[in-house]
Design a protein around this ligand. Structure first.
Ligand code: TYD
Length: 200
């Protein structure tokens, strides 16, 4: 089973992922769980992440190709082998972040980004995508150390939020929208219910 955690900034998906992973490990110890993230998994990913989040400004197309380079290595070298061996994956951001940030928010051609994304993932789609949705002002207010993308103007983050909601509406069988402004307990219960129902 492959679960992607997506959403605008500051929605608490990384914290929720850690708690849900603990629950998975105690409930399903026979299924090894890999917790991963994009960008930044593996050795190549770590180097690409540094350039993307802490480097200098770059053209939107360069940014797109760096995210895709990170993703294709992640899929081929890490995710597919783990899933093929019977494991499960929780991944902090995946292909829909590229569609939303680079196509919808940055304005790159949607058709091209979709095709390039499909090329990078080689058919590996999540079984479930949890969208941590919340007002952008609330999310940005929670971030302490802002990276290159966090520092984009509020209108950019608004497009990101709307983009994810659009994808959720277009892919109702894969998406579950989580109200990330609820209490942490309610968020975890909503996520866990979605994971358990997909697992069955
Ligand atoms: P990161 O600090 O890893 O996590 P998060 O914001 O999820 O807590 O930041 C990753 C940043 O990269 C985030 O601003 C979203 C952005 N991003 C893209 O623009 N395109 C992508 O394809 C991915 C995976 C992330």
């Amino acid at each position: 089973m492959f679960v992607a955690f997506e959403g605008p900034e500051g929605g608490g998906k990384s914290t929720a992922l850690r708690h849900l992973a603990e629950r998975w490990q105690s409930r399903f110890p026979e299924v090894p769980l890999l917790c991963s993230r994009e960008p930044g998994a593996g050795e190549l990913g770590a180097r690409i992440r540094e350039i993307l989040l802490h480097g200098t400004a770059m053209p939107a197309r360069s940014e797109l190709f760096l995210f895709l380079a990170d993703r294709s290595a992640h899929v081929t070298q890490i995710l597919k082998p783990h899933l093929a061996a019977g494991g499960a994956v929780f991944c902090d951001r995946y292909m829909d972040s590229t569609f939303v940030y680079q196509a919808i928010a940055r304005g790159l051609d949607e058709g091209f980004v979709r095709t390039a994304n499909d090329f990078a993932v080689e058919g590996l789609l999540p079984d479930l995508t949890l969208l941590f949705d919340l007002p952008v002002e609330v999310g940005l207010g929670r971030i302490k150390d802002k990276d290159r993308l966090d520092n984009e103007p509020i209108a950019f983050h608004q497009k990101v939020r709307e983009g994810f909601l659009r994808l959720a509406a277009e892919n109702p069988s894969r998406y579950v929208v989580i109200d990330a402004s609820q209490s942490p307990e309610m968020i975890l219960e909503a996520c866990w219910a979605a994971i358990e129902s997909r697992r069955a």
